[in-house]
Design a protein around this ligand. Structure first.
Ligand code: PLP
Length: 451
C-alpha cells in the first residue's frame, strides 16, 4: 500500500519546469542508458521519468509535466490510479504467477468473460490472453490461418501492428521498422488506408465511391491475390502510428461486406484506439461494424502488461498446445484490468467523449489561426494535428512538427508525433477541462514561436 499513498500525496503545480530538461540527475540516467540499452528504441525527447500520479509525470530532477501521451495511450486511468494500485497490490500479496496456460485461476476467466461482454457482437466469444499488442496480433494471425487454412493476409499502408515477425509483416508505418528484417511473411499485401486528406488516388470522398477498397476487389483480387487464399484483413479502426487517420463513414461497413463475400475474417486492431479512448468502448463501434476478431492491449491493465485476442468462439477450432505462452493473463495484470474496465464503465468513457469534444474544438480554433495546421481529426481523446508547410500544398512539415513536440516537452507538456508530420493527443481518460486549458495555453505559445 506504500505505493498507493505515495501516488496520492503528490501535490503542487503542474506543469512546473524548475530546470531545463534533461537536468543533472536525468543526464546521469541518460549516460547509463546510452551505454547499456539497445539503440533501437524510439525516443522523441530526453524525458527521464521518476514517478507519476494522475495526469502528472515527474522527472528525475523534480520537473513536472502534464501528460498528454498516457505512455502512448496506455495509462488510460491516469498514472497510478489509487484503485488500480490497490487492486494490483492486493493481488501481489495473494498470487503473482502460476502459469495460466497450464493451470487455472479465476482472474483470467473473469477478465475473459468481461472482454466477451464489452466487445462488439452478441455471439459466443473466446479470448486468448498475452502480454503485448504484437502478441495479440500474432494470436489473431495464427488463429485466422488455422481456422481458414488460408495462407494470405491483407493489411494497410501506414499500419502499425507491432514488431514481432508476424506482426511486422502487417506493419507498414515506417521503413526503418522493416529495413533488413526480410524475409517477412511472404503472402502479405498492403492496400491504401482510407486517408482522405491524402488520398493516394487523388479522389474526394464520397464521390470516390471507396476507390481504395475497389482497388482490392477489382484489381488485386483479380490479378495478384486470389481472395479464397486470404485468411484475414487486419485493420486499425483509426490508424495510430500512421498518423491518427480516421476513415470516412461507410468504409468499414463496405469492408465487412467484402470480407463476408469472400469468407475472409475481419481482424480489428483496437490496441491503441480501444477501451474508451475514442469515447466509445471500441472505435469500430462508430461504424456499427462487428469484426470476427478484436485485438486489445495498451490500456487494458492501466500500464501492467496484458493483451487479449477476442474472437468468435466458433473460430477456436485449434487443439490444446496449438498456441500458448508463459506470462499471458498474469493474475496481477488481470486484477488491474478488471478494475480498469470497471473505471471505464463508471465514467471514464463518458469523460473521454466530453473532454475529447472540448479538446477537438480548442484544436480546431488553432487550425483556423495557423496556416501550418493542415488538418485536425480524431474521435474522443485520440486526436491528430497534421503540420504542413501550407494548407494549399499540404507538403508535410516534419521539422516543424518535431520542434513543436520538443518545445512542448521543455515547457512541461508531453505530446508525441505519429505519421510523418502529425502531432497526437492521447491523454489519460481522466483529463479535465482545466488540464486541457493549461496544455492548450502552452501549446499555442509554442505554435506561435514556431512560426
Ligand atoms: N497495434 C497498434 C495499433 C499499436 O498502436 C501498437 C503499438 O503501438 C501495437 C499494435 C503493438 O503493440 P506492442 O508494442 O504492445 O507490441
Amino acid at each position: 500500500m506504500r505505493l498507493l499513498n505515495q501516488a496520492s500525496t503528490i501535490s503542487g503545480p503542474v506543469p512546473m519546469i524548475k530546470i531545463t530538461p534533461p537536468g543533472p540527475k536525468a543526464r546521469k540516467v541518460l549516460a547509463v542508458d546510452k551505454k547499456y540499452i539497445s539503440p533501437s528504441y524510439t525516443r522523441a525527447y530526453p524525458l527521464v521519468v521518476r514517478r507519476g500520479s494522475g495526469m502528472m509525470i515527474e522527472d528525475e530532477d523534480g520537473n513536472r509535466y502534464l501528460d498528454f501521451n498516457a505512455g502512448v495511450a496506455v495509462c488510460i486511468t491516469g498514472h497510478c490510479h489509487p484503485e488500480v494500485v490497490a487492486a494490483a497490490c492486493r493481488q501481489m500479496g495473494e498470487l503473482i504467477h502460476m502459469i495460466g496456460t497450464d493451470f487455472y485461476y479465476h482472474h483470467q476467466s473473469d477478465v475473459a468473460k468481461k472482454l466477451t461482454e464489452i466487445t462488439p457482437g452478441k455471439f459466443a466469444k473466446k479470448v486468448f490472453l498475452a502480454n503485448t499488442g504484437a502478441e495479440s496480433i500474432e494470436a489473431a494471425m495464427k488463429l485466422s490461418r488455422y481456422y481458414t487454412r488460408r495462407p494470405r493476409f491483407v493489411a494497410y499502408i501506414g499500419a502499425f501492428h507491432g514488431r514481432t515477425f508476424g506482426a511486422l509483416a502487417l506493419t507498414a508505418s515506417k521503413a526503418v521498422q522493416r529495413r533488413y528484417f526480410a524475409p517477412l511473411l511472404p503472402e502479405t499485401t498492403h492496400i491504401p488506408y482510407p486517408y482522405c486528406y491524402r488520398c493516394l488516388f487523388n479522389l474526394t470522398h464520397p464521390k470516390c465511391n471507396f476507390a481504395c477498397l475497389s482497388y482490392l476487389e477489382d484489381v488485386l483480387f483479380k490479378k495478384v491475390v486470389p481472395p479464397e487464399e486470404v485468411a484475414a484483413i487486419v485493420v486499425e479502426p483509426i490508424q495510430g502510428e500512421g498518423g491518427y487517420v480516421v476513415p470516412p463513414d461507410g468504409y468499414f461497413q463496405a469492408l465487412r461486406k467484402l470480407c463476408d463475400k469472400y469468407g475472409i475474417l475481419l481482424v480489428v486492431d483496437e490496441i491503441q484506439s480501444g477501451l474508451g479512448r475514442t469515447g466509445k468502448m471500441f472505435a469500430i463501434e462508430y461504424w456499427k461494424t462487428v469484426p470476427d476478431i478484436v485485438c486489445i492491449a495498451k490500456g487494458i491493465a492501466s500500464g501492467l502488461p496484458l493483451s487479449a485476442m477476442v474472437s468468435r468462439a466458433d473460430l477456436h477450432t485449434w487443439p490444446g498446445g496449438a498456441h500458448a505462452n508463459t506470462f499471458g493473463g498474469n493474475p496481477v495484470a488481470c486484477a488491474a484490468a478488471s478494475k480498469t474496465m470497471e473505471l471505464l464503465e463508471n465514467g471514464l468513457i463518458r469523460n473521454a467523449d466530453r473532454m475529447g469534444t472540448y479538446l477537438f474544438n480548442r484544436l480546431l480554433k488553432l487550425k483556423n489561426k495557423y496556416e501550418f495546421i493542415g488538418d485536425v481529426r480524431g474521435k474522443g481523446l485520440m486526436i491528430g494535428v497534421e503540420i504542413v508547410k501550407s494548407r494549399k500544398t499540404k507538403i508535410k512539415d516534419q521539422i516543424r512538427r518535431n520542434k513543436i513536440v520538443e518545445k512542448c516537452f521543455k515547457q512541461g507538456i508531453l505530446i508525441l508525433g505519429c505519421g510523418d508530420n502529425v502531432i497526437r493527443f492521447a491523454p489519460p481518460l481522466i483529463v479535465t477541462r482545466n488540464d486541457i486549458d493549461k496544455a492548450m495555453e502552452i501549446f499555442e505559445k509554442v505554435l506561435k514561436r514556431s512560426s
